[in-house]
Structures are given as C-alpha cells and as structure tokens.
Design a binder for this molecule. Structure first.
Ligand code: 13P
Ligand code: SF4
Length: 317
C-alpha cells in the first residue's frame, strides 16, 4: 500500500489566511523593523521598541501577536495581563537580555548599594522588576537625566551606556557589560574604507554599535530615528549600521536612494540580520494565530514589579 502523502499544513495564500485569522481572533499584529518584509507588510503597527510598547499599552483587542523578540512580547504581556500575547517563535531571544540573568543582576545591584537602576528595555521581566526606570534607544538620554546627582546603574548594553554617558555628560554610570551580537560585529576598519569609496554618503548608526563605528557616524539614533533620517537626509547614498530589516521601510519611502549596509567583520556571513528576530516566519505567525500558542506570560509578582518602571518610562517619553 502506498504511503499516505503528508498534508501541507499551510494554506496556499498564507498572507490572506493570516489576515483572516487576525479578524477571527480579534487580534492586533505588532512587528519590529527587524522582521522580514512580508511580516512588516501584514502588521497593524511596525515600530521601534518604544513605539511597540506604546502600541501594546493602547491595544484594544483580545490577542496580541507579537513579531519581534521575547523581551518585546514580554513587555506587551506586562502591559496587558488580561490579553493573550502570542509569538511566532518562543526561542526568539536577544543577546542583551540573555546576557543579563536575573540572579547575577541582583548580585550586581547588591554590590552597589544606594545606586538607582536604569535598564534598557532589552532585558527580561525579572531584570525590569529590579529597576527604577526602563529606557529604549530613543529615550535613553532623557531617562538618564531623571537621575541627576544620584549613583546610577545602567544595564545591560555597554555600548548604549557609553553613548548615553557621552550625550548626557554622565561619566560615572555603573555599567553592566553586555552587548548586541548584531551591532557589535560591524567593522570600523572596513567602514572607513567604504566611506572613502562613497565620500558623499551619510553614515547612520544605532547606538548599540561599538565606539569606533559610532565615531564615523553622521547620525546616531534608534531604528525609527534612522529610518526618519534616511528619508529626510539630503544625501542620496546612505550607509547604515543596524539590522537590515530597516531597509524595507526606507526603500518604500525613498526608493530612489542608494542604501548600503555597513560591513561586518566577517565578509562571508549575513551577520547584520538578527538571528533571533529572523526566527519568526510567516508560517510560524500563521500557526501562532491559529493555535494561540506559544503564549508569553509573566508571573504576577514579576509583572507588577516590571510594570511600574515601564509605565514610568511611557509617562516620561
Ligand atoms: P530599537 O528600539 O531602536 O528599535 O532597537 C531595538 C533593538 O533590539 C536594537 O537592536
Ligand atoms: Fe537583541 Fe541585538 Fe537582536 Fe536587537 S539586534 S534583538 S539587541 S540581539
């Protein structure tokens, strides 16, 4: 007897099926700029970490399907205890969040008695719950300014910390030494060669990059800031040092401009694609809306602790 032919679990028109499930579930689809373009095109809101936290705060739906990484979906869950938050892939982590375990961070805080704690949103709910205030790359300088005259821990990104320290004139930040695997791999040496080849190009960079890269940047900002500048800049050629998911939005807004990826240290790899963000696919998005799994939940004690510094940031932004 012939073997049964396995059934393809996916409908032919996956995009339409996702939109249909979204309606059936009364779901909202939030996506970060580092998602593949097909996911961005289906989303109700595409944004940076701050915009997505705001969108989650104002969500009016039963289900939030979060296409980003775990800490972003967790932030949505913290803000929405009564809603179901699902993600395409539960394994979509972040080197910054994963590199700052809650128990080690508790010890770090204990080593600096009296210091206040400002935490980048790229951190777990447990770490957020130990913090006085949260920031994103688009409001970090303003959030540091809330602690004038007070000893201040900044975690978990050392590159963002150094940039914020320079911008705010705070040279005494107590810094957790984490880094982003994507932004740390841009090569300052190869970028310098590229800028010589393109003398009229403007260099745009995310503050998670190494100082030697930021030193060559004409403009430093969050993903939203980079996209906005790329559109508004008089330069026709832009060299961009961040995850290349942002190219999709820029191409749509200014298709005539030339976009060049800042070079990585390893020429042979697509290292400026976040390996965590790119775990999400249309197929997994379809499945998570169909099955309402995997879900992101936060224990209530941790949620309440993390909510306070997130809400404070949203109020101040
Ligand atoms: P943005 O908040 O600038 O979008 O950054 C998020 C992030 O993970 C950067 O790597
Ligand atoms: Fe985390 Fe870096 Fe990926 Fe952003 S790009 S989610 S900081 S690993």
């Amino acid at each position: 007897m012939a073997e049964p032919v396995p059934q393809d679990p996916f409908p032919d028109d996956l995009e339409e099926a996702i939109l249909e499930l979204k309606r059936e579930r009364n779901a909202i689809l939030l996506a970060h700029y580092y998602q593949e373009s097909e996911i961005q095109d289906l989303a109700d809101v595409v944004g940076d970490s701050l915009a997505l936290a705001r969108a989650a705060q104002h969500a009016d739906c039963d289900v939030i399907a979060f296409c980003g990484v775990h800490f972003m979906a967790e932030t949505a869950a913290i803000l929405n205890p009564e809603r179901t938050v699902v993600v395409p892939d539960l394994e979509a982590g972040c080197s910054l969040a994963d590199g700052c375990p809650a128990d080690a961070f508790a010890d770090f805080i204990a080593e600096h008695p009296g210091a206040r704690v400002l935490t980048y949103i790229n951190a777990s709910a447990e770490v957020k719950a130990m913090s006085d205030l949260i920031c994103t790359s688009s409001n970090a300088v303003k959030m540091v300014q809330q602690f004038e005259g007070e000893p201040l821990i900044f975690a978990p990104d050392r590159h963002l910390a150094r940039w914020v320290a320079n911008e705010s004139g705070r040279d005494d930040l107590i810094v957790w030494q984490g880094a982003c695997v994507v932004h740390e791999q841009f090569s300052a040496k190869r970028l310098a060669v590229l800028t010589v080849k393109h003398p009229d190009a403007e260099v745009l960079a995310h503050p998670e990059c190494d100082q030697a890269v930021l030193d060559q940047a004409d403009f430093i900002a969050s993903t939203t800031g980079i996209i906005k500048r790329a559109v508004e800049s008089p330069a026709q050629t832009l060299i961009i040092a961040t995850e290349d998911g942002v190219f999709h939005q820029i191409h749509q807004k200014v298709p005539e401009k030339t976009l060049i990826q800042a070079p990585g240290m390893d020429e042979s790899c697509a290292c400026n694609q976040c390996p965590f963000m790119r775990l999400n696919t249309l197929e997994k998005l379809y499945l998570c809306l169909r099955d309402l799994e995997p879900r992101v939940t936060v224990p209530e004690g941790v949620r309440v602790g993390a909510l306070r510094p997130i809400e404070r940031m949203l109020e101040l932004s």
